[in-house]
Each structure stands twice: as C-alpha cells, then as structure tokens.
Write a protein that binds this ligand. Structure first.
Ligand SMILES: [Zn+2]
Length: 242
C-alpha cells in the first residue's frame, strides 16, 4: 500500500492519474479486505474515524473543494476504490467532498488525460484563477459563469478544468447562487452609488472580489464581484434593474 501511495502521488504531480493500471501492485483476492479497511476501519471504527475526520478537516472553511459551495461532509475517493482497492485508505486519494459531489462522481474512472477531474491536492485549484463571470446587462440582470483559461495553460489542463466545470454543473449552480446575491446586494450597491459615486462602487466591488479570491480561490462570489466591477452598466445604475 505504501508503494502504491508513492506511485499515486508521483502520478498526481505528473497529471497521469488516468494511467495507473499496471503500475500498482496486484491485489488479487485481497480486494474485499482492502475495501473493508475503508468501510469498516476508516469510516466506522473509532480510531479510524479520527483519521477520517482529520482528512475531512482539511477542507478550507469546511467547503467542498470540488464545487466550492456544498459543505464537506464526506470523503470521496478520487480514484474509485472499486477499481483501485489498493488506494482505498490512501490519504492522498481521499478528498473532502459534499455528499452531492460525492454522489455525482460515484465511480468515475478516467481513461484519458483530459477526462481527469481536478484533484484538489495536486491541481492548484485555489491558486490558479480559472473561474470567470460576465453580467448580462438586461432586466433582470444575471451572471453567466465560464472557464477562463490562462494563455500559458497546457491544453490538457485546460480541457480538464472545462470537464470539471461541466461535470459538476458549476455554471448552473453558480448562476443560481449569483441571482440571489444580486438581489440581496442591490440596495447596498445602489446606496453606495448614490452616496459615493460609480468609482467608489467599483473600488468596493474590486476589494470584495480580492477578499473572496484571497480566502477561497475560485469562488463564485469573487468572480461575480469582479464581473460587476467591470460592468459600466451596473456601476451606473444597472443594479436597479436586478
Ligand atoms: Zn461539492
């Protein structure tokens, strides 16, 4: 198991987790025992549960790192334990997740590099900015989210981010959440515009965006505030049409 973990971590760093077959020890008839080590050991035994909870506590602000919205209440096997029982209790393969993402992901086993969902431990989810938003300047205003690929990105990584975004339905999830925030913030932003002007409102939104980005990486709130700060329409009274 320790040698399998070394292979796994090296592949995670290289972006080759889709191609582990043949590189891990053959578990033969031990498969059910290895899976029991997770189900009966890590999840339900008292000593194991402490370790389970420690890994779970790694989620920033207890948020699911896969969607950024749900509360991380479970551990998800990045590579499924049904296919990779030798990795059933490998910490690097156990990612905090909300139950919805965990269920959605189920036993996804990528066959191609571009099919690999993002791995929170290896893919710089928090530090690489990839989430963008634009404001549809109409009544009622709404936000649309998209993947903002960096110009220097490796094409495979770019494809993976898009796949992750689509697989978890992040565009829809974030747009719905943003609709609520647009409605909630409308009066505050209108008041700031009235008292201090459009440039102060822009500054406020930019600072708010930086706050979101600095604490939780690619947050839908950060992308929304950035998009609002870039919208002259919003800064000059568009919020009254939200
Ligand atoms: Zn989630």
């Amino acid at each position: 198991m320790e040698s399998a973990e070394e292979v796994y971590i090296a592949a995670g760093r290289d972006g080759t987790l889709h191609d582990l077959s043949g590189k891990l020890p053959d578990t033969g008839t031990d498969k059910e025992y290895l899976i029991f080590a997770y189900d009966g050991g890590l999840v339900t035994s008292r000593a194991g549960r402490d370790i389970y909870d420690q890994i779970l506590a790694g989620a920033p602000f207890e948020r699911c790192p896969l969607c950024g919205r749900g509360i991380a209440t479970t551990l998800d096997h990045q590579l499924p334990k049904s296919e990779y029982p030798i990795l059933a209790i490998t910490p690097a393969n156990l990612v905090p997740a909300c139950s919805k993402c965990n269920q959605k992901k189920s036993s996804v086993d990528p066959a191609e590099p571009s099919e690999m969902l993002l791995h929170p431990y290896f893919d710089g989810l928090g530090t690489t900015r990839w989430l963008g938003a634009r404001i549809h300047e109409e009544s009622p205003a709404r936000a649309e989210y998209f993947v903002n690929s960096g110009e220097d990105w490796d094409p495979t990584f770019s494809a993976r981010v898009v796949r992750h975004f689509r697989f978890f339905g992040l565009g829809k999830q974030y747009a719905v959440a943003a609709a609520g925030k647009l409605a909630t913030d409308r009066l505050q932003h209108a008041g700031l515009l009235r008292r201090a002007g459009a440039s102060e409102l822009r500054l406020h939104l930019q600072e708010a965006a930086e706050g979101y980005w600095s604490t939780a990486g690619n947050t839908w709130e950060g992308a929304l505030c950035s998009a609002l700060a870039d919208s002259d329409w919003y800064l000059n009274g568009g919020m009254n049409q939200v």
